[in-house]
Design a protein around this ligand. Structure first.
Ligand code: BGC
Ligand code: ZN
Ligand code: ZN
Length: 358
């Protein structure tokens, strides 16, 4: 079957025929999403990328929807499903209880990233327990459920951490809480939409003017845009929550940490690519004095995929037309040059690009 393959730690990507199959239900892939992690692997920049045991290639891809090809126990032929991308180490308590996002050994595997064949192939085979049902009427934007699952997990984690005190407002919602999201990539935008869904007041920032497409999204969801081209002019103690989703320079943390209010939280999502962080003792003392938490946020699991699907259904109604604004391009699998290009370099104005298999 046709598959998009890579050879970590080497850079490069190939579309070729492979003879890969494993036990489990057969799923015909309908669409894949392209993510920054795919590009890091293709460009040989992701240290954690690893070939599956005994293979000399890695099928790329961790965002997919597909059609079930045969009746099984949970799913029937024709059902549309999305596979969960990280699988447990089989040893630690968190993995044994469905939470490989908190794997204790670090020996988890990830489809298309680390030690497990990915989903950019004509067919995949999988255990039904790792599949999430996709309702037909959100099929056009369902591919977003995988990146969104990472954020569902992240927000769930943030809310759990903040249960250390009273973080809900006097009406028991999050409406009085202010969030700053740094970065307007897929993650920054989806995180902002999710925070709005929970009622947070949201400002999203990037070091440039927002595009017309982005402004449409921000208007739909009442998200404030902040151009940080000339730095940030927020006062000390402005935000209850800051999400770093730019993956750019470590500097961004020293530039913004002072804006966090007492008892606030800084969530780091994705990987900072440049620079180092020097934290002065003044800042360290403030972290203590203000009871600030800094949390690393990564990977959603099955419950978070389910939450993501539910939120996508909700967004279709809350933010009419959002699917067309979020899916910025779709490339047919036969257009190999365009696919290889898209897997190598992020396009201008891109939010989510899909690969269409059928
Ligand atoms: C995926 C996550 C994964 C992470 C680290 C991201 O692109 O969406 O689910 O855990 O990469 O490999
Ligand atoms: Zn990803
Ligand atoms: Zn584990």
């Amino acid at each position: 079957m046709k598959a998009i393959t890579v050879n970590p730690p080497d850079a490069g990507v190939t579309i070729k025929h492979v003879n890969y199959r494993k036990n489990g239900v057969k799923i015909k892939i309908l669409e894949n999403g392209i993510c920054g992690t795919d590009r890091e692997i293709v460009n040989g920049e992701l240290n954690s990328a690893a070939l599956p045991y005994k293979y000399n290639y890695l099928i790329l891809g961790h965002e997919a929807i597909g059609t079930i090809m045969e009746d099984r126990v949970i799913f029937k032929k024709g059902d549309i499903v999305m596979p969960v991308n990280r699988r447990g180490c089989g040893r630690c308590l968190n993995c044994l209880n469905g939470r490989p996002d908190f794997c204790e050994t670090g020996n988890f595997i990830e489809a298309g990233i680390k030690g497990m064949q990915g989903f950019m192939s004509e067919y995949i085979y999988d255990d039904e327990n790792y599949l999430i049902k996709v309702p037909e009427d959100i099929k056009d934007m369902a591919i977003l459920a995988q990146p969104l699952s990472d954020l569902e997990k992240s927000l769930d984690e943030i809310i759990n951490i903040q249960k250390r005190m009273i973080w809900t407002c006097s009406d028991n919602t999050f409406h009085c809480r202010k969030a700053l999201v740094i970065g307007t990539g897929t993650i920054g935008i989806l995180f902002s939409l999710l925070l709005r869904t929970y009622g947070f007041d949201v400002t999203i920032a990037n070091k440039r003017y927002a595009s017309e497409n982005e402004l449409k999204i921000f208007n739909l969801a009442d998200i404030r845009y902040y151009n940080s081209m000339n730095g940030y002019s927020f006062g000390e103690n402005t935000f209850d929550l800051i999400i770093e989703a730019s993956g750019s320079d470590a500097n961004v943390i020293s530039e913004t940490i002072g804006f966090i209010k007492n008892n606030g939280i800084l969530g780091l999502f994705g990987f900072i690519k440049r620079g180092d962080l020097t934290v002065s003792r003044y800042v360290l003392q403030n972290i203590v004095y203000k009871s600030i938490v800094i949390a690393g946020l990564i990977n959603g699991q099955k419950p978070h995929f389910e939450m993501a699907i539910n939120h996508l259904i909700q967004w279709k109604h809350l933010f009419p037309g959002i699917e067309k604004l979020l899916i910025t391009d779709s490339i047919k699998i036969d257009d190999e040059n365009k696919i290889i290009n898209a897997l190598t370099k992020k396009a201008g104005g891109e939010i989510k690009i899909k690969i269409l298999w059928h």
